[in-house]
Design a protein around this ligand. Structure first.
Ligand SMILES: [Zn+2]
Length: 432
């Protein structure tokens, strides 16, 4: 029998410390410290001063397998996820081959199960080959063993409104959700950085805010008419928040995510010329980042998603125009949220549970994640030391790639343990 006793943690960082007994994959008991007798053979985690939350759920991860196993595999990405406090991740479909059919999604799902560090849910492509021309076999993927719950062409926008409309209709009938990478491609040809003063000064072709906002507005209208559910990936502009607030006010069934890097970083970083800061959508202005933090606090933006995007050294350590967009995110997400949201008082730990666990689980329809910390509930948990700090070194992260924009930064909050169905998947920075 696999039993774990977590001693003296505070649930959601609130109230008095408690002991939490985990047995048979569920929370078996919660009580005053020292009252529970330690079951024989139980693993004890001393957690005085620590915060217990439901395990995190990432709606947006790139695990690169199949196809680019030199930059990440399902195994190394699962390790990074467990170490980052995640108990479920959604693996985007832009692999090679593309996850646009039952064979690929079942492979990803099965591999995730074999490794067993985090629940890996494959995202199915919306269109065949991510080409944007005809719908992929959404129903086959949803009904496959992988039970696909989310569809996205992420990396590409589903730009054709008729295809997007059909995808919304089908996915709603299937009980799944379409996650849109909102980027009107006609407005971002050759784009290298956020369109604005800083990009023009450096001579970079701009990626205008309107390319994101126009697609989000269009998709909200399509979702409204179809009575469909829509999820918006990595929102990054003030105008997108205005559109979301408007659509939610009309009762449109839309949800949205923001990445940790859009909460913290801005296009001020362009001045470094370092492609480590190149990402899609691009880093925006201080005003945009400030609005992202406010929108996450007040719920217009529902949740945090990493857009974890591992890249090989040669694809990042080159000139800006040739570099691939994307940053690592799984192991630093909690700390960036602590830095940008918890430290300034925009979110408390219960709020962190909402934006990193409960809302993403609801959006994806995961019945066993983001559950309350209560007896009988599945023991998908993360234990956090809120007062500890650590220094980020890309080379020490579990990902095969090392492209973190936070290199050398000292950040608050450390994951002390992650439990998946009662089994310890990460502890004190090590797997298992
Ligand atoms: Zn994207």
């Amino acid at each position: 029998m696999n039993e774990v006793l977590i001693r003296g943690a505070r649930l959601y960082g609130e109230g008095e410390p408690v002991d939490v007994l985990v047995a048979d994959g569920v929370i078996a008991g919660i009580g005053a410290p020292g009252v529970a007798t330690v079951p024989e053979g139980a693993e004890v985690i001393e957690a005085a001063g620590q915060v217990l939350l439901p395990g995190f759920v990432d709606l947006h991860t790139h695990l690169r397998e199949p196809g680019r196993e030199d930059t990440e595999t399902i195994e190394t990405g699962s390790s990074a996820a467990a170490l980052g406090g995640y108990t479920a991740v959604f693996a985007m479909a832009n692999t090679d081959p593309v996850a646009d059919n039952a064979v690929v999604v079942e492979h990803v799902w099965r591999r995730g199960r074999e490794i067993g560090l985090v629940d890996v849910h494959p995202v199915g492509a919306v269109t065949a080959g991510l080409a944007g021309e005809r719908l992929a076999e959404l129903g086959t993927m949803a009904k496959s063993a992988a039970g696909v719950r989310m569809f996205s062409d992420d990396g590409h926008c589903v730009a054709d409104p008729l295809i997007m409309r059909r995808a919304l209709e089908y996915s709603t009938a299937l009980g799944t959700v379409v996650a849109q990478h909102a980027e009107e491609p006609r407005l971002t040809v050759g784009a290298q950085a956020h369109e604005g003063e800083r990009a023009s000064r450096l001579g970079y072709t701009g990626w205008p805010s309107s390319a994101e906002e126009s697609i989000v507005a269009r998709d909200c209208v399509l979702a409204r008419h179809a009575g469909a559910r829509l999820h918006v990936c990595h929102v990054s502009t003030t105008g997108t928040v205005d559109v979301l607030a408007w659509a939610k006010g009309l009762g449109v069934d839309v949800s949205a995510e923001v990445t940790p890097h859009h909460l913290l970083l801005t296009d001020e970083r362009l001045a470094t010329y370092d492609p480590i800061n190149k990402v899609n959508p691009p880093l925006r202005t201080e005003a945009d980042a400030e609005r992202m933090r406010q929108a996450l606090a007040d719920g217009v933006v529902d949740c945090v998603a990493t857009d974890h995007a591992p890249h090989a050294v040669q694809d990042k350590d080159c000139e800006w125009a040739a570099a691939r967009p994307g940053m690592l995110g799984l192991q630093t997400a909690l700390s960036i949220v602590a830095e940008t949201m918890v430290r300034p008082g925009l979110l408390d730990w219960r709020g962190v549970a909402r934006v990193m666990s409960e809302r993403p689980a609801e959006i994806a329809g995961l019945p066993d994640q983001g559950r309350p910390l209560a007896e009988g509930e599945p023991a998908n948990l993360v234990l956090i030391d809120p007062d500890a700090e650590w220094t980020v070194h890309g080379a020490e992260l579990a990902s095969l790639a090392g492209n973190t924009p936070y290199e050398g930064m000292r950040l608050p909050a450390v994951v002390s343990a992650t439990l998946l169905r009662g089994r310890i998947t990460a502890r004190e920075g090590k797997i298992g």
